[in-house]
Design a protein around this ligand. Structure first.
Ligand SMILES: *[C@@H]1O[C@H](CO)[C@@H](O)[C@H](O)[C@H]1NC(C)=O
Ligand SMILES: *[C@@H]1O[C@H](CO)[C@@H](O)[C@H](O)[C@H]1NC(C)=O
Length: 433
């Protein structure tokens, strides 16, 4: 039920809804095999015996399913007050937890600054965690007011992290990335896919899908056709990076020469798109064709802001003849990729702000596949096998443009095969001569 109510909604909506405000609530860990939130609950106040007034606690009626065990160790540790430099009286925090909880990562080794009890994500969003985050990402704030403001944003964001983590069906970890002190509005500035700019009449043609057997894994990075991870900065130019990545690959495969290409040229000179205000790969392919090519990264370097066009056609190193649209079937997509090269895609960025690593497989209602707002580049695929249950997790290897200190060395691994976050919805490629 929750699913329907929130369909299309963003995490921010979730973060403000009643469910999360109640510190005693806990969704438990969603187990895709049983389709239940397993793990009982934290409420010390018998909350589960109190009738719920609104749709709450997940779409799968888990509250009507009997809860199994007490959880969190036999000593009720979450009901024990944390003292100072943490570790509740009975050393509960040193006892190993049987399952992932509270976001998985070493949280119990972070000192608790105040007395507190269990509840949704509390261990992620306290001052100690914020200071650790500041240190780790060398964050400096202008004054105390700004520090407080960022801390509040961070706390709100850690609730989103908690929701993503608790509902994660893959192996992904979400946490305090370098973007953890950004508001949603600020975060939107480092996206930039604008589907509203799609031309009414598309010039793209359908790609021909080769009839080949797919290898189990494939990675274009190993073939030397992918440039190092770049960084778009605080500019909504993802679409330009997605396109240069694709053209770099197409050119390298055809001409055996990997040339890093200019995003700034697209930001400045592609007038169909809107530079740091966003754009669409489909328009950018046409723009490159009409401009007469792309200069290199070093001849036309990236500035991360809108500037005047100073493209010089005689400097163009690469040209584009047109573009193709790829099918949404992910097996077909893989076949095209293996034969032809890295693929430009659009994706829903909801899981990206806090993505730390692993195979990301958010529930649909946390990552609407119709709501594409970020452009990236698929460079390969693989299969991860989970350690204990040996579950297979097929994934795409997706190059992002947020620096190599984000995600898996700059890459995103997203579940492959069920259209997670819309990864298959807008796959395209340039055609180069
Ligand atoms: C364009 O580049 C060529 C080759 O480097 C150079 O000779 C020419 O002066 C440049 N034109 C402009 C307008 O900068
Ligand atoms: C690509 O376009 C150029 C000029 O725009 C043309 O001369 C060339 O034949 C085209 N190549 C292909 C493979 O279509």
């Amino acid at each position: 039920m929750l699913k329907f109510i929130l369909l299309g909604g963003l995490l921010s909506c979730l973060a403000s809804c009643q469910l999360l405000r109640n510190d005693k609530m806990d969704l438990g860990v969603y187990n895709p095999e049983t389709k239940h939130y397993e793990k009982p609950l934290l409420g010390a106040d018998d909350h589960d015996r109190v009738p719920h007034t609104k749709p709450l606690l997940g779409a799968d009626d888990h509250d009507r399913v009997p809860h199994t065990k007490p959880l969190l160790g036999g000593d009720n540790h979450d009901r024990v007050h944390h003292t100072k430099h943490h570790l509740g009286g009975d050393d509960h925090d040193r006892a190993s937890h049987t399952k992932k909880m509270f976001g998985g990562g070493d949280h119990d080794r972070v000192p608790h600054t105040k007395k507190m009890l269990g509840g949704s994500g509390h261990d992620l969003g306290h001052m100690g965690a914020f200071k650790t985050f500041m240190k780790e990402h060398s964050k400096v704030y202008a004054d105390h007011a700004e520090f407080k403001r960022r801390f509040n944003i961070f706390r709100q964001n850690m609730k989103k992290v908690y929701i993503l983590q608790q509902n994660e069906r893959g192996t992904a970890k979400y946490g305090a990335t370098k973007f953890a002190d950004l508001t949603e509005l600020e975060f939107r500035r480092i996206l930039g896919l604008r589907r509203d700019m799609k031309p009414e009449v598309s010039k793209m043609v359908s790609a021909e899908i080769p009839d080949i057997d797919l290898p189990v894994e494939f990675d274009w990075r190993e073939k030397g056709v992918v440039t190092p991870v770049k960084n778009q900065g605080m500019c909504g130019s993802c679409w330009a990076f997605s396109v240069t990545g694709n053209v770099e690959g197409q050119w390298a495969i055809k001409h055996n020469k990997l040339i890093s290409l200019s995003e700034q040229e697209l930001v400045d000179c592609d007038t169909t798109d809107e530079g740091c205000n966003g754009g669409m790969p489909e328009n950018a392919y046409e723009a490159i064709k009409e401009l007469g090519g792309l200069e290199t990264e070093s001849d036309y370097p990236y500035e991360g802001r809108d500037d005047k066009c100073h493209f010089n056609k005689t400097m163009a190193q690469v040209t584009v003849n047109g573009s193709v649209e790829l099918p949404q079937d992910e097996t077909m997509l893989a076949k095209w990729l293996v034969k032809n090269g890295p693929v430009s895609i659009g994706i829903n960025a909801n899981a990206l702000q806090f993505y730390v690593g692993g195979v990301s497989h958010p529930l649909k209602f946390l990552c609407n596949p119709k709501n594409l707002d970020h452009g990236m580049l698929i460079v390969g695929y693989g299969v991860h096998t989970t350690k204990y249950l040996h579950r297979k997790q097929p994934y795409w290897i997706v190059k992002n443009s947020w620096g190599s200190d984000w995600g898996e060395q700059g890459y995103y691994l997203v579940y492959r095969g069920d259209g997670t976050c819309g990864v298959n919805q807008m796959a395209t490629s340039a055609v180069v001569p």
